[in-house]
Design a protein around this ligand. Structure first.
Ligand code: NAI
Ligand code: MG
Length: 501
């Protein structure tokens, strides 16, 4: 007879299989030059459902020759795509946004299956993906060159021209949204694209290709699925790729930049983070606790922007920690297809083990695990990659669990009394992506915002991404800014024309 645990897990698996049957893309192949292909080598790989441990789909493992085919197709498509008027590209991007919006629930469910994130969050991702295409559709109409003042003997003007073929490599934490972050500005600016999704979560990018197949001419967007070293690296070395945009680990980002150096290719890099949250003594406790909960537990902590180091003023430390651990313990961990699930599965066994190994290292060094620290004891989740929301204190700031990006639902707390010492510690990591400040005093907020080495500062909130707000890293968190007006500059190059009068 099956145990309770097996029965509960079996019914979750059954539900996921049924959902898969209705949301999986019809085409599960490479998308090159507007057509679906197997890889040249015939190699394939499986993408798993991290909630159930079952295989979702088997798709081609692309290699260098597939990347080459895709780059060729993108190069051919470039001449006509760049020649389209900004108005025409605007309409195309708006159509893409509409298509995503119309199929929002399917995109969301697919990312739930492939990534393990809660459905409510996946719906948010799909909405933001559509929004992203709309934002750049509007922005491109105002992306103008300049007329440079001269002594009158010449006329000097500048044009913003697309690079050509963009190589875009994206991670698994926001599969659809990261595709949109790269595709929308690249296409708006008149580039064509070869996109390499993460091997853990290729499915929503495949569905996107299927959904927009008739919207774009052949070759304007191409998709090569596969592993990083086989399908990603050739893109970073290809002589006909004129611009690289990468989101992922700092280690691979450095590799991308090194490869780009050989062909003097421009790079946008959005890498890791180990982001501080500063709680001032005058913070509204409820707001601060809620914001911190969103900062570290949203998307199961699989956010480069996750607020993972908390600096709380000693005068309110006890109250704050009590409320925070209570909030962590009250989060609903469950089947991510459930509407009320707040914490889903991590993307893979590998990522779950990685998170737990950091927690073990902290524990072994004498740190206190205030809450969590293990896997949830729920029969229905026994085959999934779940980790409890975890809060750690009494840990040295030099510890690897504090210095390195864990990418899981793990927060480390420190108390402070001297402002300058706290700021020094808050900035004492290699990263500088995001940060949070909790205070009721606007002058204090600005002072701390000024003192933090971070590309984004959220005040009395966290993980908010309004359209147009530039996002990117200081220090080793990256190069360049995505999501904003300046992003179009990163996908164009300036041509100066100097005419003798
Ligand atoms: P990763 O950096 O290896 O993967 C990101 C993307 O790069 C994937 O599409 C992958 O296939 C590709 N890639 C891998 N090796 C490549 C290579 N040699 N050349 C070109 N492309 C390559 O990240 P991974 O291994 O999945 O996760 C490891 C850690 O990285 C995570 O635990 C997390 O700390 C961090 N990470 C940070 C992200 C962010 O948003 N900043 C996203 C994903 C991971
Ligand atoms: Mg998967």
């Amino acid at each position: 007879m099956a145990s309770d645990s097996e029965t509960a897990a079996t019914s979750v698996a059954q539900r996921h299989r049924e959902t898969a049957a209705s949301v999986l893309p019809d085409h599960q192949q490479l998308y090159i030059d507007g057509a679906w292909h197997d890889s040249n080598s015939g190699a394939t790989f499986e993408t798993a459902n991290p909630t159930t441990g079952e295989t979702l789909a088997t798709i081609p493992a692309g290699g260098a020759d597939d990347v080459d085919d895709a780059v060729r197709a993108a190069s051919r498509a470039f001449e006509s795509w760049r020649a389209e008027s900004p108005a025409s590209r605007q309409r195309t991007l708006e159509t893409i946004a509409d298509r995503i919006q119309n199929d929002l629930d399917r995109f969301a469910r697919l990312d739930v299956l492939d990534n393990g994130k809660p459905l409510t969050e996946a719906r948010g991702d799909a909405y933001l993906a559509a929004e992203h295409f709309r934002y750049f559709a509007g922005l491109i109409r105002g992306h103008e060159g300049e007329r440079v003042p001269t002594d009158g003997s010449r006329r000097v003007e500048t044009l913003k021209e697309p690079y050509g073929v963009v190589g875009a490599i994206i991670p698994w934490n926001f599969p659809l949204l990261m595709a949109a972050w790269k595709l929308a500005p690249a296409l708006a600016a008149g580039n064509t694209v070869v996109l390499k999704p993460a091997e853990q979560t290729p499915l929503s990018a495949l569905l996107l290709m299927e959904t927009i197949d008739d919207v774009l001419d052949n070759g304007v967007v191409n998709l090569v699925t596969g592993f990083g070293p086989d399908a990603g690296e050739p893109l970073t070395k290809h002589p006909d790729v004129a611009k690289l945009a990468f989101t992922g680990s700092t280690a691979i980002g450095k590799q991308v930049m090194k490869n780009a150096a050989d062909t003097v290719t421009d790079v946008t890099l959005e890498l890791g983070g180990k982001n501080p949250i500063i709680v001032h003594p005058d913070a509204d406790l409820e707001t601060a606790v809620r914001s911190t909960t969103i900062a570290i537990f949203y998307n199961t902590g699989e956010c480069c922007s996750a607020g993972s180091r908390l600096f709380v003023h000693e005068s309110i430390e006890e109250q704050f920690i009590d409320q925070l651990t209570a909030a962590a313990e009250s989060l609903t961990i469950g089947d991510p297809l459930d509407d009320d699930t707040q914490l889903g599965a991590k993307v893979s066994d590998e990522q779950r083990e990685r998170t737990l190994s950091y927690v073990d290292a902290a524990r072994n060094s004498g740190a206190t695990i205030l809450t969590g620290g293990g896997v949830p004891d729920k029969p229905a989740l026994s085959n999934g990659c779940f980790v409890e929301p975890t809060v750690i204190s009494d840990i040295d700031h030099d510890h690897e669990a504090v210095q390195e990006e864990i990418f899981g639902p793990v927060l480390e707390v420190f108390s402070w009394s001297e402002y300058d010492e706290m700021i020094e510690l808050a900035n004492d990591v290699d990263y500088g992506l995001a940060s949070g400040i909790m205070t009721s005093d606007i002058d204090r907020a600005y002072e701390t915002a000024h003192d933090l080495e971070a590309g984004t500062v959220w005040v009395n909130q966290y993980n908010d991404f309004p359209a147009g707000m530039p996002f990117g890293g200081y220090k080793q968190s990256g190069i360049g800014r995505e999501r904003g007006k300046e992003t179009l500059d990163a996908y164009t190059q300036t041509k100066s024309i100097d005419i003798s009068l």
